[in-house]
Structures are given as structure tokens and as C-alpha cells.
Design a protein around this ligand. Structure first.
Ligand SMILES: [Mg+2]
Length: 389
């Protein structure tokens, strides 16, 4: 029973009126097709989620769809939206728990369901902060601060070492003080590329390396000791997320810090990883792990072990800006992953600018109420492949 003065009903007008998810494809311009290992990309894909309240407030969120973006959008439009429409839009924790109990508990949809609800949750936080008239970081309890950022996203693709060294020099010239290298090729090719960039940028430059789940245990046994002299800040995601035993073994023999999390979901996955002492940097993606609500919980769990939060961020400006808000509101902020891809239509054409890199290689949060990113609705409509949208 509620105590006196506590509202039991949503404020009139703040109920969710509608939820619409757009599977959006952002084609690259002719001639641009970055390659990672055997995969060559001709477009970047995601899901943009729009939530409207009865009194006319609109929130925007993103869930990562990749090749399954139409599936994610359909899951939201056909199933999850019905569970949220009519509820108090500002009750984000209540809606999160309702989706968890009503869908994830027993559907078996697991990761797809978590990813889909991440986009709804982000849009609800956008609404909540707009209703408060505050930027999201402030609503989450944080303050504006300069956050160190590294060049990530879909940059540093698999090129010959001299070309890669040139790309790295170019990123450093843009102001980046740290760059994440792209691995996941044959280990000897990765090593040659990493050495070329280290030699191009010097010993003092901060480098991380992302293996993008591309190694076997044998690969890592070969590569890890050979990469040690490169002084990488972290070695990221050597294996697919399902290969937990490989991670357990890697944590015992790899002397570089491991980073993991962009393909792990909910606080329960992270609870297991943390208890096993597998990683040194936590990389949940706010558009995959369960949204803003859940990434704050994961950050708190990592904080208890003095592990920095370094959220994975790749696709749209909604995710980028939200990740910065979150980093400003946790007590264990690590690095922000800047989208250093020279071309990303879902960053530069779909969204207003989500951040700017300053002269020290840092970023700060947007100050407009909500997430602070404006969506180009003409671009969204023109590039949506959700039927009827
Ligand atoms: Mg990664």
C-alpha cells in the first residue's frame, strides 16, 4: 500500500501513447566498404526507437540490430510495445521490471529481448530527462566532466601495415590520444599490424587491441606473449561470449588486462564474469545490455571491484551521447569509445552531433534536456526498412 502523498497513478498525460521501432540501414557511399577479417561492410545498420507520451513528449533510443535489425524492430513493434503503452513513461525502473517479468522470464528470447528492451529503456530515459528539463547525466546523478576518449568504432580495418600506420597517424593528428587496434585476423597478421602502429606512434601513445571474438585458445597462446611488448592498455574480446571456459583459461595465462562486455547481457552475465575475475575493463553497450537502467547497475557492480566502465559504442549518435551521459554519472568512469570511422551515416546524417573531441582528446556531455540528440526524421523515413514505416 502506498503511503500518504505518494502517487499511485501516472501524472495525466505522461503515459506512453505509442512506441515505434525503425530498422534503419545507412548505406556507405560508393567506393567505401571497410573490411574486417573476411567481412566487408557496405552499410551500417541499427534500430531507432521512438516513444511518444500522451502529452506530446518524444523520446528516442537505439538498440543495436546489426544484421538482425528488422527482427529487433519487429519484436518491439509486434510484442514489447503492447507491454509498455499506457504505463507511466517516467517509471523507467517499473517498466524495465515489467518487461523482464512479462517477456524475458520465460520467452527464451534472451539476447534479442534484452537488446530490444534496451532501445525502449533509452527512449524512456530521454523522455524522463526532458520532463525534468535536465540533461540525462544530471538526472542520473552526475556532473559534466571531460572524459578521456579513444578512437574506436568501425575504424582501423584490416589493411596492409603501412596503410594502417598512415590511418593511425591521421587519427592522432585529429587529436586522439588513444587508438584501438583492430585484430581478429590471423594472429601473425594482427601482430604485424599492431607493431606497425606502435612504431608509427611511439611508445607513449595509448593503444588498445580488439580481437573481435576472432581467436581460439591456441591463437591467444601464440599471440598474447608476442603482443606483451606492445604495452597494450587492454586486449579486448578474444573469444565469442559463449566460450566461457576459454575466458577462464585466458585469465590465467594472459598478462595483459582483458576487456569484455559488448556481447554480454544484463547484470547477471556481468555478475558471473566479475565473480570469476576474468576482465579488467567492463564494456557493456547501453544499446544491448538492457539500457540505461541496466548499465547503471552493471557499472555499480564493476565499481565494487574497482573495474572501470568503458562502454562499447559503435553505431548512432544516440548511443554515443547516452554513453557519455552514463560515464558522467558513475563513480568508475573509464574511456569513451569515439566513433572514428571516416564515414558513418547513422552518426553524421541520422543524428545531430553527439559530442566533440577537444584538444586534450576528451569529450563532454550534451547539455540539452534529455539525451540531447536530434533525429533527422527525413533520413530515418527514407532509410527505414520496417514495413509500413
Ligand atoms: Mg569490441
Amino acid at each position: 500500500m502506498s503511503g500518504p502523498g505518494l502517487a499511485t497513478q501516472p501524472r495525466k498525460g505522461s503515459q506512453v501513447r505509442s512506441i515505434t521501432a525503425y530498422a534503419v540501414d545507412g548505406p556507405y557511399p560508393p567506393g567505401y566498404a571497410p573490411q574486417f577479417s573476411t567481412i566487408r561492410f557496405d552499410m551500417v545498420r541499427s534500430v531507432v526507437v521512438r516513444v511518444d507520451t500522451e502529452d506530446g513528449v518524444t523520446g528516442w533510443g537505439e538498440c543495436v540490430g546489426a544484421r538482425s535489425n528488422l527482427t529487433m524492430a519487429t519484436l518491439i513493434n509486434s510484442t514489447l510495445a503492447k507491454l509498455v503503452v499506457g504505463r507511466d513513461a517516467s517509471d523507467v525502473v517499473g517498466i524495465w521490471a515489467h518487461l523482464y517479468r512479462s517477456y524475458l522470464h520465460s520467452s527464451g528470447a534472451d539476447a534479442a529481448g534484452v537488446i530490444a528492451m534496451s532501445g525502449i529503456d533509452m527512449a524512456l530515459w530521454d523522455i524522463r530527462a526532458k520532463l525534468a528539463g535536465w540533461p540525462l547525466y544530471k538526472l542520473l546523478g552526475g556532473a559534466s566532466k571531460a572524459l578521456p576518449s579513444y578512437a574506436g568504432g568501425l575504424c582501423m580495418s584490416h589493411k596492409p601495415p603501412p596503410e594502417l600506420a598512415d590511418e593511425a597517424r591521421g587519427l592522432a593528428a585529429q587529436g586522439y590520444r588513444a587508438i584501438k587496434l583492430r585484430g581478429g585476423d590471423r594472429p601473425e597478421h594482427d601482430l604485424a599490424r599492431f607493431i606497425a602502429v606502435r612504431e608509427a606512434l611511439g611508445e607513449a601513445f595509448t593503444l588498445m587491441a580488439d580481437i573481435n571474438t576472432g581467436y581460439s585458445l591456441a591463437d591467444l597462446h601464440w599471440a598474447a606473449p608476442r603482443m606483451e611488448p606492445l604495452n597494450l592498455l587492454w586486449l579486448e574480446e578474444p573469444f565469442p561470449p559463449y566460450e566461457r571456459e576459454a575466458y577462464r583459461q585466458a585469465a590465467r595465462f594472459v598478462r595483459q588486462p582483458l576487456a569484455i562486455g559488448e556481447n554480454h547481457f544484463l547484470r547477471y552475465d556481468f555478475q558471473d564474469l566479475l565473480s570469476e575475475g576474468i576482465f579488467s575493463y567492463a564494456q557493456p553497450d547501453v544499446s544491448k545490455c538492457g539500457g540505461v537502467t541496466e548499465i547503471m547497475r552493471i557499472a555499480a557492480m564493476a565499481s565494487a571491484r574497482k573495474i572501470p566502465l568503458c562502454p562499447h559504442s559503435a553505431t548512432t549518435g544516440l548511443n554515443h551521447a547516452t554513453s557519455i551521459h552514463v560515464l558522467c554519472a558513475v563513480d568508475n568512469p573509464g574511456w569513451f569509445e569515439s566513433d572514428a570511422a571516416p564515414v558513418n551515416p547513422l552518426h553524421h546524417e541520422l543524428c545531430s552531433e553527439p559530442y566533440a573531441l577537444d584538444a586534450q582528446g576528451c569529450v563532454t556531455p550534451l547539455e540539452a534536456p534529455g539525451i540531447g540528440v536530434t533525429i533527422n526524421e527525413d533520413y530515418l523515413a527514407a532509410h527505414s526498412r520496417t514495413p509500413g514505416l
